[in-house]
Design a binder for this molecule. Structure first.
Ligand code: DX5
Ligand code: ZN
Length: 215
């Protein structure tokens, strides 16, 4: 069964406690938390303070997606705020190996995200160090965008690389994931599906999560 990680970004921020309660009671596996700095991506979302508040209510794995420059400056603060895993962007980290070691030394799961233009091959020398690779299937910065079809080929390439290198990294797909395209994404090799709009924009988010789980 796929791991389902609804993205809080599309939740009602006036009632985050309701969103947490819904996710706790649902079949969702992870909370996906999108941190944006207005520099690496053209949008600003929320930071450690909000995550710390959400942590008081959320009972599941906190999958924190850092769309920020210089994530090393804040890794420890995100851990203290309640992150269970930190994912940094390949494109934001000139010293990616060091970033991954730092995250692991904090006792957290370590992930790397790649933007739509970044080839999977760029991960070949770090793949065995990773717990997770996040394939961005839209350009990061906003929820509710359309899935970029070439992401399917990237997921397949990544799966082949993971198998070839004997890595245990999970493949997470983020952006434009829906009940319509999820099956194809899973068949390509994905383990974790992030869903923002598809869950929080649906009439019955809990039921939608259940449908994702049954794919
Ligand atoms: C985009 C974020 C995504 C986003 C997904 O930059 O990383 O996690 O919330 O939202 P949907 O599922 O609506 O594309
Ligand atoms: Zn994300």
């Amino acid at each position: 069964m796929p791991i389902i990680a609804p993205s809080i970004l599309t939740a009602d921020f006036l009632h985050l406690d309701d969103a947490c309660k819904m996710l706790n009671e649902s079949k969702a596996d992870w909370f996906h938390l999108d941190v944006m700095d207005g520099r690496f991506v053209p949008n600003i979302s929320f930071g450690m303070h909000i995550i710390k508040q959400i942590r008081k209510a959320g009972t599941k794995f906190f999958d924190v997606h850092l769309m920020i420059l210089e994530p090393e400056k804040f890794a420890e603060e995100f851990k203290d705020a309640g992150a269970d895993g930190l994912t940094v962007h390949l494109e934001a980290c000139p010293h990616l190996h060091r970033n991954i070691q730092q995250i692991k030394s904090l006792g957290l799961k370590a992930g790397v995200a790649i933007n739509p233009h970044s080839p999977v091959m760029l991960l070949q020398d770090i793949i065995t160090d990773l717990d997770l690779v996040l394939v961005m299937s839209v350009n990061p910065g906003f929820g509710g965008q359309s899935f970029i079809p070439n992401s399917i080929n990237k997921i397949k390439d990544l799966k082949a690389l993971i198998n070839k290198k004997g890595s245990s990294a999970k493949i997470e797909v983020d952006g434009g994931v829906s009940l319509q395209n999820a099956k194809e994404i899973l068949e390509a090799g994905a383990d974790v599906l992030v869903a923002g709009n598809a869950v929080f924009g649906s009439a019955d988010p809990k039921r939608t999560i259940e449908k994702f789980k049954m794919l």
